[in-house]
Design a protein around this ligand. Structure first.
Ligand code: COA
Length: 162
């Protein structure tokens, strides 16, 4: 456990199937309330959607996923696929800017090193790009991706693990 300057008691735990709804709630709120400053309402509506909770739960359980906990409440999550892809990194709007994503990223990096991965890569939103740059990722390519009929800008970014 790490005591943060904000007085929140933060910890990280492995995802459990019972956490599916908590990760959905964080995902939707982070997009609607935080990423919404960088994308238009139609883009946010297309992105902030979970079509099937069962599919989401299977997807979460299909790769290591970690939750950041404030006491017993989940406030963020991140994952790592076997190829080094950090597919998701979302922090609850009420807990932004307190080091939650940094704690999750440190967990992801440690796991990647354990697997002898040479690099981690992610498709960072406009919102998340500054965070990843602060933590040593570089932009490999600017992209336009399709989500439910909308086109969203993001950045393929990578961090080399020395
Ligand atoms: C991007 C996100 C995960 C960052 O989470 P967070 O917990 O607020 O990040 P941290 O508090 O750990 O921030 C770490 C560093 O990044 C910087 N940072 C974070 N977000 C930033 C932003 N939008 N602009 C500039 N700097 C930012 C912080 O200043 C901090 O720097 P420092 O500690 O070196 O001074 C969070 O803002 C989020 O959920 N965004 C919306 C959803 C999203 O776009 N997710 C990513 C999808 S790819």
């Amino acid at each position: 456990m790490t005591k943060m300057a904000s007085q929140e008691l933060l910890s990280v735990k492995a995802y459990d199937p019972a956490d599916a709804q908590a990760t959905i709630d964080i995902f939707l709120r982070a997009i609607r309330e935080v990423a919404s400053k960088d994308y238009n309402p139609a883009q946010i509506a297309a992105w902030a959607k979970v079509d099937d909770v069962e599919v989401w739960a299977q997807w979460r359980a299909s790769r290591p996923t970690w939750l950041a906990m404030n006491g017993s409440v989940a406030i963020g999550f991140a994952d790592l696929k076997a190829d080094g892809c950090l597919d998701m990194m979302f922090v609850h709007p009420d807990h932004q800017g307190k080091g939650v994503a940094s704690l999750l990223l440190a967990t992801v990096v440690a796991a990647a090193r354990n697997q002898d991965l040479q690099r981690i890569f992610t498709e960072a939103s406009l919102t998340a790009r500054p965070f990843f740059e602060r933590r040593g990722f570089v932009v490999v390519a600017a992209q336009q991706v399709e989500k439910r009929g909308q086109t969203l800008a993001n950045f393929l970014m990578e961090k080399t693990l020395a």
